[in-house]
Design a protein around this ligand. Structure first.
Ligand code: BGC
Ligand code: ZN
Ligand code: ZN
Length: 354
């Protein structure tokens, strides 16, 4: 059985013939796995917290959708069910015990395909039914692979709702139509954020340091949002004319955070999701802004089983409203491992068909 494997400490990933690793549980035949920034970092040996389950090799892949081949002794699943597996698995802390390993207190969790547990980039795997979600809508076999990144967005939404309850936050007419949401990044996660948040009625701006492809531009236009190129001359002007109320960073740069606290409106909300940069490396004095403006800043990582359920529901019920299909710009075979390490020009989401 084919699997995509990473040797810890060695650059690149490779295809390897493996056996089943798990003896018990639901047997799943993988249909699609998605590639995200985390996988790219793994392939480029740039993810500091990668850990094998056993020895020094890890089967990668954490975004997956598959089909139940053998339910084992599960009574929740039957042969032919479409399922999405969860990434993070609980450790022993108080929050892990109640299904909130996404808020794990002590870091004693494992993540499939990332740290301490083999992932889903393999032809088949077995899993505990507790960590599987059923996808009832058979029409979303392909875009259902976007469930895992969408569950991150559901948690961001939960975080937004929590932070926005600090003070009355709606516009005078009970809507969010006077509020500007800035999303930093224009990759698949940023676009999924824009889909989900557009349902709240914000004015949405997606920002990047360079122009975007026609395809990305048309996805952004299609949901009624705008794109801003932060390297362009009129960016500062546009920013001053439409100051942000909410900023969601899907990039991970301390520079974005520094600029955000300066430009955001009072009572603003900043949610940091991106991790590719190192926060606060320059130790700039931003605390003054944060305090004086009552800015709420929250980090957000991973999501609960409930967030996965919401993600499946969101994709299924909005499959004709949002262009999920357009986010998938490439479908390749497992052998095509070069595509994991390097993003193609104009790529949004690359997935592997098993
Ligand atoms: C996944 C999260 C995970 C995070 C850090 C992301 O790509 O979507 O579930 O917690 O990586 O490992
Ligand atoms: Zn990911
Ligand atoms: Zn824990």
């Amino acid at each position: 059985m084919k699997a995509i494997v990473k040797k810890i400490g060695q650059k690149g990933v490779f295809v390897k013939d493996t056996d089943f690793i798990e003896n018990l549980g639901v047997t799943i035949r993988t249909l699609y796995t998605g590639v995200c920034g985390t996988d790219r970092e793994i392939a480029n040996d740039a993810l500091p917290f990668i850990r094998a389950e056993n020895g020094n090799e890890l089967i990668i892949g954490h975004e997956a959708i598959g089909i139940v081949e053998d339910p084992g002794d599960s009574d929740q699943f039957k042969k032919g069910d479409l399922v999405v597996p969860m990434v993070r698995r609980p450790g022993k802390c108080q929050l892990c015990k109640i299904g909130h390993q996404d808020y794990c207190i002590d870091g004693d969790f494992v993540e499939a395909g990332i740290r301490g547990k083999n992932g889903f980039m393999r032809e088949k795997f077995r899993d505990d039914e507790k960590f599987l979600l059923k996808v009832k809508d058979k029409e979303i076999q392909e875009i259902g692979v976007l469930t895992e990144p969408t569950k991150n967005v559901m948690k961001i939404m939960e975080t937004f709702k929590f932070l926005s309850s600090r003070v009355p936050w709606y516009c005078g007419d009970s809507t969010f139509s006077c509020k500007n949401l800035y999303i930093y990044g224009t990759g698949s996660e940023a676009l999924l954020i824009s889909f989900v948040f557009s349902t709240l009625g914000f004015n949405i701006f997606l920002v990047n340091r360079h122009p975007v492809s026609d395809k990305i531009q048309s996805i952004i236009n299609g949901i009624g949002a705008s794109f801003l190129d932060s390297s362009s001359e009129d960016y500062e002007n546009k920013l001053s004319r439409n100051r942000p109320d909410v900023i969601i960073d899907a990039v991970g740069s301390s520079e974005i955070l520094r600029k955000s606290v300066e430009k955001i409106n009072n009572n603003g909300i900043i949610i940091l999701f991106g991790t590719s940069g190192q926060l606060m490396e320059k130790n700039e004095d931003i605390t003054g802004y944060i305090v004086d403006k009552n800015i709420s800043i929250a980090g957000s990582v991973d999501g609960s089983k409930e967030n996965y359920r919401e993600a499946i529901e969101f994709i299924s019920s909005n499959k004709n409203r949002f262009p999920f299909k357009d986010l998938i710009t490439g479908i390749g075979s497992p052998e095509n491992i070069d595509k994991i390490a390097k993003k193609d020009k104009d790529e949004i989401k690359y997935i592997i068909k098993w």
